[in-house]
Write a protein that binds this ligand. Structure first.
Ligand SMILES: [Zn+2]
Length: 49
């Protein structure tokens, strides 16, 4: 079973990506370095609720 999560740019708060993760990992928050079209560069993207 996988859960859908939204990745939000930590700088401009744009919702740029959706992904899925295993429910067993839900205690840990994802943080990924992703390209943000709004910032026009790579930024840290954090998991939304
Ligand atoms: Zn951004």
């Amino acid at each position: 079973m996988r859960k859908k999560v939204i990745l939000i740019c930590s700088e401009c708060l744009s919702r740029n990506y959706t992904t899925t993760k295993r429910v067993e990992d839900s205690t840990t928050r994802l943080e990924l370095n992703k390209f943000c079209p709004h910032c026009n560069r790579y930024t840290i993207h954090k998991e939304s609720k």
